[in-house]
Structure formats: C-alpha cells, structure tokens
Write a protein that binds this ligand. Structure first.
Ligand code: CTP
Ligand code: MG
Length: 230
C-alpha cells in the first residue's frame, strides 16, 4: 500500500527568531527541512512527498537535490492553510496521508513505522505521542497575577507529535468542515467526532520551536549522522 507525506515547512518561525524561516535554518550541516524530508523518504511505504514552503523559498526548494521527486507548493497564513495546499497537490492514487512538521527533523524510523502500521491496519487517524513528564496546571489571570485554577491529572495526558497519519478521505473531509484554528490535524478529526489512535512517539521527534531547542538539535544531528563534508 502507498502512503503520501505532506511536510509542512511554510511557517516563519517567529519564536525561533532566526534570520531565515525556521525550516531553512541549518543544523548539523543541513537545513531542518532537508533532515525532515530525508527522514520521511526513508520508509519503503512512502511513495510520494509534498513539501509546503513559504512562497519566497519555493524555487530553491524545488531545485534542491534532496527534494528531487517531491512536489513543492507554497503554503498559507496558518498551518491548516499549508496542510490544505499540500492536500491539493497529492496524486489521485494517495489513499493514506501523513502530515509532518518540518520543525521535527529527527523522527526515528520506528515512529514512522508505528504510525504507518496502525494506519494500514485500518485506523482512520493515528498520532504519535509521549507521556507528559511535567505536572500540568491550568492557570488564569487574577488582576495582574497569574494564579492556578486546576491541576490536570498527568496520567491522562500525552504530548502529541507528528507525523500524524490519516486516510485521505478522513483528512480531506476534516479540513473541509474545519470551524476553528487548530495546531494539529488530529484535532479536526476529533471535532468531527472521529476516533484518533495513539502510538508511541519519541523524544527525538521534539519540535524545534525556540533557540534553546537548536542546542539539542545540534547535539542530536551529530548522533544521528555525521556532519557532511563541504
Ligand atoms: N507551518 C506551515 N504554515 C504555517 C505555519 C506553520 O507550514 N502557516 C508549519 C511550520 O513550518 C512547522 C509546523 O507547521 O514545520 C509547526 O509549526 P510551528 O512550530 O508553530 O512553526 P512556525 O509557525 O514556523 O513557528 P512560530 O509559531 O514560532 O512562528
Ligand atoms: Mg506556528
């Protein structure tokens, strides 16, 4: 069975605050996007990759050797706009779709394997996730102070990663009926009342968000693959 991957890389990376859009920041001698695309193309079931980039980076991405064979399209203002742009570039024979954040460049093959296996076993929506290790509290503003309103039971909580896997029909229908802004695709399935299966993610799949995350990313890149000579 064939699986298509949409790699969303069209964000600007405000919280990272780099000179270039986040996906084009280099870590260990490669752009974050190149690491992510290489990680996705490593699985035999992946037959098609669509890369969603900021409009100004479209041409340079399409010309890159590591993107050969990939479709490259421009993204939108919000992440869900970028996913929608990716969906519209899929070939007609893609029946299963993974959506992956370029900002998670070091997804281990076991995680990809677990998501694809659950998807091909019949789940309409699959997400990789990790148990939450911090205590999580809900807070609110009281006057000028932030105060705790509730401590959430940690055993019920997971931190969600990508790639998230879907049947194409489920993902397309969820995006058609989207009623509010969301930070992941599975939320759309949940809003539509669909079941989302959770498989084990990995600490290596963490999302590069702030400058602090780049320190860990540099260290991980050295562990995963030697810095290419230039
Ligand atoms: N993304 C996208 N299109 C957008 C917004 C986000 O393709 N309009 C992608 C990002 O490129 C990233 C992933 O969605 O790979 C997760 O988003 P996030 O980590 O929030 O990245 P940014 O939106 O770029 O960062 P920030 O929110 O700090 O600006
Ligand atoms: Mg963002």
């Amino acid at each position: 069975m064939s699986v298509a991957v949409i790699v969303v890389a069209a964000g600007s990376g405000l919280r990272l605050g780099a000179a270039a859009p986040k996906a084009y920041v280099e870590v260990g001698g490669r752009s974050i996007l190149e690491w992510a695309v290489r990680a996705m193309s490593a699985h035999v079931a992946v037959t098609e990759i669509v890369i969603v980039t900021p409009q100004p980076q479209l041409e340079q991405t399409a010309a890159a050797d590591w993107a050969s064979g990939c479709a490259v399209v421009a993204g939108g203002v919000e992440r869900h706009d970028s996913v929608r742009a990716g969906l519209s570039a899929l070939s007609p024979n893609a029946h299963h779709v993974l959506v992956h954040d370029a900002a998670r460049p070091f997804v281990p093959s076991e995680v990809l394997e677990r998501v694809i296996d659950a998807l091909l076993a019949g789940a309409p929506a699959v997400i990789p996730a990790l148990a939450v290790t911090d205590t999580v509290k809900r807070v609110q503003l009281r006057g000028s102070a932030t105060v705790v309103s509730e401590t959430l039971p940690r055993q019920d909580l997971v931190a969600v990663q990508t790639p998230q896997g879907f049947t194409r029909a489920a993902l397309e229908s969820a995006h058609r009926t989207r009623s509010q802004s969301v930070t992941d695709d599975a939320s759309l399935i949940e809003q539509a009342g669909g079941e989302v299966v959770v498989v084990l993610g990995s600490p290596d799949s963490f999302k590069i968000t702030t400058p602090h995350d780049l320190v860990l990313a540099e260290a991980l890149s050295r562990r995963l693959s030697p810095r290419p000579s230039r």
